[in-house]
Design a protein around this ligand. Structure first.
Ligand SMILES: [Zn+2]
Length: 124
């Protein structure tokens, strides 16, 4: 029943698990002996690892933000980046925090205001 969770759940990145970390990673990229599809997300912009896990929640975007920008975390170096484009999500995060959150808050406050107005109208 013993299972090595560190190797079965989080396999090492094929680009860095080899003997020589500076060797060209073609062989590992062509046929990595790992269960998860490596082509699912774009390679990490920092270390080139093709294994990443999708983030379901982040402090800046809740559940919606990481979903919108395909926010993933590299299994090798823990970098967070855009799994669709292979670039950093920094600009997208700023856009989300500075534009979308104020818009959402305004919409929610407007909704609450309308709700209070309706209640006030009914209770007059
Ligand atoms: Zn990485």
């Amino acid at each position: 029943m013993y299972q090595d969770s560190s190797s079965s759940r989080l396999p090492p990145c094929p680009t860095t698990s080899g003997a020589n970390p500076y060797a060209a990673p073609q062989a590992a990229l062509e046929a990595p002996p790992l269960p998860l599809e490596p082509g699912q997300y774009a390679p990490c912009p920092r270390c080139g690892c093709t294994y990443a896990d999708r983030l379901k929640r982040t402090f800046w975007g809740g559940r919606l933000g990481p979903k919108m920008f395909t926010h993933v975390r590299c299994r090798n170096c823990q970098s967070r980046y855009n799994g669709r484009t292979g670039g950093w999500n920094t600009g997208n995060i700023w856009f989300y925090v500075l534009v979308l959150i104020p818009v959402e808050v305004t919409a929610i406050l407007g909704f609450i205001f309308v709700l209070i107005a309706i209640i006030a109208f009914l209770l007059r």
